[in-house]
Design a protein around this ligand. Structure first.
Ligand code: ADP
Ligand code: MG
Length: 254
């Protein structure tokens, strides 16, 4: 069983800060005046109906999308827009998607070592040692030489997590990491994520897995039509949602 976690104190440093963030696609407003702080070591679970803006919010944090107005900072610094600084941002902010996005023609080990060698300039040998360590951590030490196509979905997603960790990110964004998985594989991925949370990784997680949210989240943020409607501890949100929207959302997924 994953170990229990110690809640992150209110005094912990803010790692990611969003203030007054607006984002539209054409005349469709997707994020409205979003204020959010993610503190170092904190696990924030982002909930909301399909189309409420969860993926867009994540993508704005590592600048896969630009914002129209407002401000996003990481460790107090505005997000860079280009060049080396942007590459560093992407290295510092890991992302794990619903679709695992592994390179199919590369071995599991290569998938994990590629970015550290190319982007961080880590020596190949050192990157391979670290990749094996991470594979052990996600329970896949025996799959280092396998190709992604030879793995189950759950195993591929665990490789994707190891790949994100290989960059020593400050934060990992998870966008519905278990939504594409067969039910029997969901827990093996959630267990790895719960371990990461217990180890103090800062995580922003979009998921519909309420069991995970309850056990691993410091805070739950409920997004409705691009606006943050509620934010609270998992206990307060799940047991006593304050808005009709949140109650309605929970009644559909629980
Ligand atoms: P969620 O992840 O909560 O389901 P998204 O952030 O993916 O929501 O999408 C929010 C809204 O923005 C949706 O209405 C979606 O259709 C729209 N949207 C997302 N990405 C784009 C895009 N690249 N171009 C136009 N509309 C988009
Ligand atoms: Mg989404």
């Amino acid at each position: 069983m994953p170990s229990p976690r110690t809640p992150v104190p209110d005094s912990a440093d803010v790692l990611v800060r969003l203030r007054g963030v607006h984002k539209s696609f054409g005349d469709h407003v997707v994020l409205r005046d979003v204020d959010l702080d993610v503190r170092s070591g904190e696990v924030v679970v982002l909930l909301g109906a399909s189309g409420s803006g969860k993926s867009t919010l994540c993508r704005c944090v590592n600048r896969l999308e630009t914002i129209d107005s407002g401000e996003i900072t990481i460790e107090g610094r505005a997000l860079p827009s280009e060049g080396r600084e942007l590459a560093r941002l992407r290295a510092d902010v890991g992302m794990v998607f619903q679709s695992f996005n592994l390179f199919g023609h590369r071995s599991v080990l290569d998938n994990i070592t590629l970015a550290p060698v190319k982007v961080r300039g880590v020596a190949r040998r050192e990157a391979a040692d670290r990749a094996r360590e991470l594979l052990t951590r996600v329970g896949l030490a025996h799959k280092a030489q396998a190709y992604p196509g030879e793995l189950s979905g759950g195993q591929q997603q665990r490789v994707a997590i190891a790949r994100a960790l290989a960059m020593n990110p400050k934060l990992i964004l998870f966008d519905e990491p278990t939504s594409a998985l067969d039910p029997e594989m969901i827990n093996e991925v959630l267990d790895v994520m719960t371990e990461l949370a217990a180890d103090g990784m800062t995580m922003l997680v979009v998921t519909h897995e309420m069991g995970f949210a309850r056990r691993a989240a410091d805070r739950v943020v409920f997004l409705d039509q691009g606006r943050i409607l509620e934010t609270g501890t998992p206990g307060s949100f799940f047991d006593a949602p304050r808005t009709d929207r949140a109650r309605d959302f929970l009644s559909k997924i629980l």
